[in-house]
Design a protein around this ligand. Structure first.
Ligand code: ADP
Ligand code: ZN
Length: 721
C-alpha cells in the first residue's frame, strides 16, 4: 500500500496522510475525496516533502475514496499556493480553497442551458427592446446573462421573450469550446513609441521566460492597443493569457475593445458569475480551451495550463488589494505567478504605485514608456482653484470660476466632467434641532444619505433605513439636515445652475447593469451628454472625444485622515480623472478645487510634474520607513464582543516579539473600530526589509489559542495604515 499526503480543506488540520488502494494512480496535484471522521471532504495531493503531517503508520491510514475528474493542479500552481500562504501568513488550505471552490469546478451537472433565437419566429408586434434583441442576437447562443450583455437589454426582457416563444433553451455540454480569438482580426497601425514597447513585449512572450515589465504610459497613450499586440503573439504561439482588470465596471468597455481587435470575446472571470459559467470557464482554463481570460483578482488562482503572459491593467488600483479572508495584493501575486510559470508580466498604468516605480528605478522591472498621447492629442492644462480665494456660494460646492468654465463648454457644445469621489447625496445627516448624527448600528461610520433611493445607507456593511420622519433622539419632525456633498448633490447643483444641460450621474448606484453602462458610454461618446458628474468610476478607462473640461470638486478629500498613502492616492485619482480631458482633437482643461494649493501633491499636479511628486513621496516614505524602504504589516483582532476583542488584543500585546529590526505598535482601536458588528483592535508592525517579518508574526501568533469568536487577521503590506 502507498502513502500520499493530502492538503485537506480544513485550516486546523492542514495536511493528512492517506493510503492509496492497489491500482489507483494519484499524482501530486490530483484533487481527491478523502474521509475525515464520518464526512467526505475534498483535498489536493501534495508532494510529501513540502508539507508536514503527523507520522502515522501506513497500515493505520484510511484510504483515499476517489479522484475527482478534473486536471491535477500544476506544479507552478501548487508553488503559488505555498507562496501566498507563506507570504501572507494564511493557512494553505484557505489558499487552495480559492483555487478550487471558486471554480465551482468540482460538483454540478455536466451540461448547462444556453439560449438562442427561435428560427423563423415571426412576432406580430414588438417592443423596441425586443426588436433590438432580435436584431443583435442573430446567430448567438449563450446564457441569458451573456445574451443580455451582447444585446444590451435587460435579462428580464430576454426572459419575457423565452416566455413568448421567441427565444428557446438548448442544453449544451459544459466542455464545449469557446469561440477562439483571431490574433490578426483587426491589427492597428501603431505609433513609433507604441511599436517599440509592443516589440519588446512580443520578444519576451516569444522567449517564454519570466520578465516583469512596467508599461508606463500617459493617459490616452494607447496602453491597451500596445499590450494587445503581445496578447496577439501569445495567441499565435498557442499560449494562454490572463488580463487582470481592477473593476467589473471596466470590463464592458474592455470586452468591446477586445472583440474589435480579436473578433471574439475573451473568457470573463469574476466571482459573481453564475456557478455554471464559472465551472465552464474553470474547466476550459485547465484544459487550455480558454485562450484569453479577463478577470478580477481571483482569476490569478485559475488553473492555467500554459500561461504565456499576464497583464495587470491600471496596476496602481487599490481594488487589487483583497481586504478580507486571505489578504493579498493581486498585483504582487501576479508577478509571482508569472515567475513561477516562466512568463512575462506587464503592469500597465499612467500613475504607477511608488513601489513599482522604485522597482523599475533599481532595475528589477524593465520600464517601457509611452510618453505622449496617441494621435497627436496633447495632455490637458491643469490649474488650481483656491477655494479660500474664490469660495462657492453658501450651500454650493462649485466655485464661480468653474461655473464659468462649465458655461463656456455648454456654449461651445463640448462636454464636461465633475469628479467627486463620494457616493450619495450627503456623507453625514444631522438633526437640526438636537444635533443627533445618524450612525450605523454595525459600524463606526455615519450613514450616508442617498436621495435617489431615499435611504440612509452605511457604505461599509450595507445597512440601510428609510430617512425617518422625525429625529429618533428628540422627536422633532422634518429635522434632517444634509452635511457636505456627495455626487448626487453636485448633480442637483448642476441642474439648478444649468437647467437645460443634459447631465449624467455616474456612480455604482446608477450604473447598475451592463445595459446602463452601455447606455451611458454610448451617450457620452456620441455627445448626447453635456455634463457628467461621477465618482472614481469615471476616472479610468473611458475615452470620450468631446470631453474638454474636468473639474475636481474636492482634491483635499483624500488628503485628510493621515494615511501614509493619502498623497499617492490623491495624485493617482486626480491625474487619472484629469486624463479624461482632451483625449481627441480638442485640447483639454482641468480645474482642481482645493484649500491646500501648496500641498506638494497639488503643486505637482498643477505643474504636471510627475517626477516631482514621485521624488517628494519617495523621500517621505524613506523617512517613515514605509514601503518600499521598510515594510509594514497589520494584525487585526476582532470579536462581536467588545471586551473579548480587547482582552485578546491585550494578551497578544503582552508577549510582543523583541527583535532589533521590528517595531510593534498597539494594540489600539482599528480605524473602523466597529465593522459589520465586530469590534476591532489593531497592531501595526514596522520592519526593516531584511527582517523575516512573516516568521516573526507566525511564531508570535502561534502561541495563542483563542475562543472561536475571536478572529485574527494578518495583513502583510496593508494598503492603508
Ligand atoms: P490609455 O489606456 O493609455 O489611456 P487607450 O488605450 O484608452 O489609452 O487609448 C486611447 C485612445 O486612442 C483609444 O480610443 C484607442 O482606441 C486609441 N488608440 C490608441 N492607439 C491606437 C492605434 N495605434 N490605432 C488606433 N487607435 C489607437
Ligand atoms: Zn455599517
Amino acid at each position: 500500500m502507498n502513502r500520499v499526503r493530502v492538503l485537506v480543506f480544513n485550516a486546523a488540520l492542514g495536511a493528512l496522510d492517506y493510503s492509496v488502494r492497489e491500482g489507483m494512480r494519484v499524482e501530486p496535484g490530483a484533487v481527491v475525496e478523502v474521509p475525515l471522521g464520518p464526512r467526505r471532504i475534498i483535498g489536493v495531493v501534495w508532494e510529501e516533502e513540502r508539507l508536514f503531517a503527523k507520522g502515522v503508520p501506513v497500515e493505520k491510514l484510511r484510504p483515499i475514496l476517489g479522484v475527482v475528474p478534473v486536471p491535477p493542479l500544476s506544479a507552478p500552481l501548487r508553488r503559488l499556493v505555498e507562496w501566498v500562504a507563506d507570504y501572507y501568513v494564511a493557512p494553505m488550505s484557505a489558499v487552495a480553497r480559492m483555487v478550487l471552490s471558486s471554480g465551482g469546478a468540482l460538483a454540478g451537472p455536466r451540461t448547462m442551458t444556453e439560449y438562442r433565437l427561435v428560427d423563423g419566429a415571426k412576432p406580430p408586434r414588438l417592443t423596441p427592446q425586443r426588436k433590438k434583441a432580435l436584431e443583435r442576437l442573430d446567430g448567438e447562443q449563450a446564457t441569458i446573462r451573456e445574451l443580455a450583455e451582447i444585446a444590451e437589454v435587460s435579462e428580464g426582457v430576454l426572459r419575457g421573450m423565452v416566455g413568448a416563444g421567441l427565444i428557446e433553451p438548448v442544453e449544451v455540454d459544459i466542455d464545449r469550446p469557446y469561440r477562439s480569438a483571431d490574433p490578426d482580426f483587426d491589427v492597428p497601425t501603431l505609433s513609433d513609441d507604441q511599436r517599440g514597447a509592443s516589440q519588446r513585449m512580443i520578444e519576451l512572450v516569444r522567449e517564454g521566460a519570466f520578465a516583469p515589465l512596467l508599461l508606463d504610459g500617459v493617459t490616452g497613450s494607447g496602453k491597451t492597443e500596445t499590450y494587445f499586440e503581445a496578447v496577439a503573439e501569445a495567441i499565435r504561439l498557442d499560449k494562454q493569457v490572463l488580463v487582470l482588470l481592477p473593476e467589473i465596471a471596466l470590463t464592458e468597455n474592455f470586452l468591446r475593445r477586445f472583440e474589435d481587435r480579436f473578433g471574439a470575446k475573451p473568457v470573463l472571470w469574476h466571482s459573481s458569475r453564475k456557478s455554471t459559467e464559472r465551472r465552464r470557464a474553470w474547466r476550459a482554463v485547465a484544459d487550455g480551451g480558454a485562450q484569453v481570460v479577463v478577470g478580477a483578482r481571483s482569476s490569478l488562482f485559475l488553473p492555467f495550463r500554459n500561461l504565456g503572459l499576464i497583464v495587470v491593467d491600471e496596476a496602481h488600483e487599490t481594488s487589487f488589494k483583497q481586504e478580507d479572508g486571505v489578504r493579498y495584493n493581486a498585483r504582487d501575486v501576479a508577478v509571482i505567478r508569472a515567475q513561477l510559470e516562466g512568463a512575462p508580466v506587464v503592469l500597465a498604468s499612467a500613475t504607477p504605485a511608488l513601489e513599482s516605480m522604485q522597482l523599475a528605478a533599481n532595475g528589477t522591472y524593465e520600464k517601457l514608456d509611452l510618453p505622449s498621447r496617441f494621435g497627436g492629442a496633447t495632455l490637458p492644462d491643469i490649474a488650481v482653484l483656491d477655494l479660500r480665494e474664490t469660495p462657492p456660494e453658501r450651500g454650493r460646492w462649485i466655485a464661480p470660476p468653474l461655473v464659468e468654465k462649465l458655461a463656456e463648454r455648454l456654449d461651445r457644445g463640448e462636454q464636461s466632467l465633475l469628479f467627486l469621489n463620494r457616493r450619495g447625496y450627503a456623507p453625514l445627516t444631522l438633526c437640526r434641532h438636537c444635533g443627533y448624527r445618524f450612525q450605523c448600528p454595525n459600524c463606526s461610520a455615519w450613514l450616508v444619505e442617498h436621495r435617489l433611493s431615499q435611504r440612509l445607507a452605511c457604505h461599509h456593511c450595507g445597512h440601510e433605513v428609510p430617512p425617518p420622519a422625525a429625529c429618533p433622539e428628540c422627536g422633532e419632525p422634518d429635522c434632517l439636515v444634509a452635511c457636505g456633498p456627495g455626487v448626487e448633490r453636485i448633480a442637483d447643483e448642476v441642474a439648478e445652475l444649468f437647467p437645460d444641460a443634459r447631465t449624467a450621474l455616474v456612480t455604482s448606484d446608477t450604473l447598475t447593469s451592463p445595459e446602463k453602462i452601455a447606455e451611458f458610454v454610448a451617450g457620452a461618446e456620441g455627445g448626447a451628454i453635456d455634463i457628467i458628474v461621477g465618482t472614481q468610476l469615471v476616472t479610468k478607462g473611458y475615452h470620450f472625444p468631446e470631453l474638454t473640461l474636468v473639474g475636481v470638486i474636492d482634491a483635499d478629500l483624500g488628503l485628510e485622515g493621515g494615511d501614509l498613502r493619502a498623497a499617492e492616492r490623491t495624485f493617482q485619482q486626480v491625474a487619472q480623472v484629469a486624463g479624461r480631458a482632451g483625449r481627441a482633437a480638442k485640447p483639454g482643461e482641468v480645474l482642481i478645487q482645493t484649500r491646500h494649493p501648496d500641498a506638494p501633491v497639488i503643486e505637482a499636479l498643477a505643474e504636471n510634474d510627475r517626477d516631482a511628486f514621485y521624488e517628494a513621496e519617495t523621500e517621505a516614505r524613506r523617512d517613515a520607513g514605509a514601503p518600499p524602504f521598510g515594510r509594514w504589516a497589520a494584525i487585526i483582532v476582532s470579536s462581536e464582543d467588545e471586551a473579548e476583542a480587547r482582552d485578546a488584543a491585550r494578551a497578544i500585546g503582552g508577549i510582543r516579539p523583541d527583535h532589533p529590526d521590528i517595531a510593534v505598535f498597539g494594540p489600539a482601536p482599528a480605524p473602523l473600530s466597529l465593522l459589520r458588528g465586530r469590534y476591532r483592535y489593531r497592531f501595526l508592525i514596522n520592519a526593516r526589509r531584511s527582517a523575516k517579518l512573516q516568521d516573526v508574526i507566525r511564531e508570535w501568533l502561534g502561541q495563542f489559542d483563542f475562543a472561536s469568536g475571536i478572529r485574527i487577521g494578518v495583513d502583510i503590506d496593508p494598503y492603508s495604515f
